[in-house]
Design a protein around this ligand. Structure first.
Ligand SMILES: [Zn+2]
Length: 197
């Protein structure tokens, strides 16, 4: 779970931090990245310190666009940034079955190309609508869903501002349910998250 990739969209950090304080679920492992873009977060900027939109810097569908500091600057080439390279190493080493990327402020779950059934059910549990947004160039979710078969990486777009307590509670419960489901799937010997979540 990645709490923040765009430094001016930080609401997910409270979710990853809250999860870290809770006891884990036996049989499931949660990997929490509070901030993939600490420099942007500190500056209150979308981009990293080199002016790159990290969520345009992944390799699948990469399209060179913009200039340094512009809103959607892709960077000169895929994985040109230390943050995206670090994330790539982490994902390829750990091969997470499900990855949630928090963004703001669209207030929806984007069916981002992984397991649409799972993403829809997650949206229903947290009370946000599920929408299939047009795929963007060079995003983390596109890269993950292409690179690792049978896994699901998707975007939760939180509303503007800090996540309200009700939404936060629903998010924690949905993530716990997902972990419980994952643990049962693993016990049953299947890697693919089954439809029952
Ligand atoms: Zn974003």
């Amino acid at each position: 779970m990645v709490g923040c990739i765009h430094g001016d969209e930080p609401a997910g950090i409270a979710v990853t931090r809250a999860l870290r304080r809770l006891p884990g679920t036996p049989g499931a492992r949660l990997i929490l990245v509070d901030e993939l873009n600490p420099d942007g977060r500190r500056a209150g900027a979308r981009q990293n310190a080199r002016g790159v939109d990290l969520n345009r810097n992944f390799s699948v569908g990469f399209r060179r666009s913009g200039r340094r500091g512009e809103t959607f600057y892709s960077g000169p080439r895929p994985f040109s940034e230390p943050e995206t390279r670090a994330l790539r190493s982490l994902v390829l080493r750990e091969r997470p079955t499900v990855t949630i990327w928090f963004h703001q402020h669209l207030n929806l779950v984007d069916l981002s190309g992984g397991n649409a059934g799972l993403e829809r059910r997650f949206a229903r549990r947290i009370g946000l609508r599920a929408v299939r947004l047009a795929p963007l160039a060079g995003t983390a979710t596109r890269w993950q869903n292409r690179r690792l078969a049978h896994t699901s990486a998707f975007v939760v777009e939180l509303p503007a501002g800090a996540a309200r307590p009700g939404l936060r509670v629903r998010l924690l419960a949905a993530i716990r349910a997902l972990e419980g489901h994952r643990a049962r799937s693993r016990a049953a010997g299947t890697r693919r998250p089954a439809a029952a979540f």
